[in-house]
Unconditional design. Structure first.
Length: 235
């Protein structure tokens, strides 16, 4: 177990160096001997760490030559991609793309929830919406974000499909960070409260298409607010 932990630490350190640009994309990694010396590990530990990065397609091995860093577009590890995009110069694009991912998944979840929700689900959503309103009045950003995320999580649960929430779970940390970024704007909070109320009303109707449209409109509003107030704020 200790060795696995060390392998993970070395892999993460090398990944961080790549993300920071210290090990450039397309370029070769230092030799095994150099990496072992830098990280103070055995050759076996280093090779296991490199295998971890190779499994995510972050680096590729060139037999007889060494290892090279792949372009981010070729990476297959979600956590690695999130680190690279969140720390990169194109962070704005990352924010927009995350809303797009939510839109694809959560609109379908809302449609399912309209058919499958129970009375307890509606009560929870009503309480969370009221918590959002209260946090907005008190200018409590942390409480607003908690209630906002809680509302969406409740919709996912009400869908009755255990796989839906799992699809977004790996993104939870960065999604929370982005929610804090956008919800810091009072106008965005007000828009979100209005849209959440419409989603709740659509869910009550038990009309799947209406619920789908309501969630889609909410996330479209989120994307527009993100561009208007955060990415390209008025002077």
């Amino acid at each position: 177990m200790p060795r696995k932990s060390l392998v993970s630490q070395v892999a993460e350190t090398i990944l961080d160096q790549i993300v920071r640009g210290e090990l450039p994309v397309g370029g070769p990694l230092p030799t095994e001997a150099e990496l072992c010396a830098v990280h103070d590990v055995s050759r076996m530990t280093l090779r296991e760490a490199l295998k971890t990065l190779q499994a995510q397609n972050v680096v590729r091995a060139a037999p007889g030559v060494g290892s090279y860093v792949n372009p981010v577009e070729q990476w297959t590890g979600l956590e690695a991609v999130l680190r690279a995009t969140s720390a990169g110069a194109d962070e704005d694009l990352t924010s927009v793309q995350l809303v797009e991912v939510r839109r694809m998944i959560e609109t379908g979840a809302a449609a399912l929830a309209a058919e499958r929700h129970g009375a307890a689900d509606l009560r929870e959503l009503e309480e969370l919406l009221e918590l959002m309103r209260d946090a907005h009045r008190r200018e409590d950003l942390a409480a607003f974000v908690r209630a906002d995320i809680g509302f969406h999580d409740a919709v996912l649960r009400a869908s009755g499909n255990v796989f839906v929430a799992l699809l977004l779970d790996p993104l939870s940390r960065v999604l929370r960070e982005k929610r804090e970024q956008t919800s810091a704007v009072p106008r965005i909070q007000a828009n979100a409260i209005e849209q959440h109320a419409l989603v709740l009303e659509a869910l009550r109707s038990r009309e799947p298409e209406r619920a789908r449209r309501a969630m889609d409109a909410h996330l479209q509003q989120t994307a527009e607010d993100l561009r208007r107030y955060v990415l390209d704020p008025p002077a």
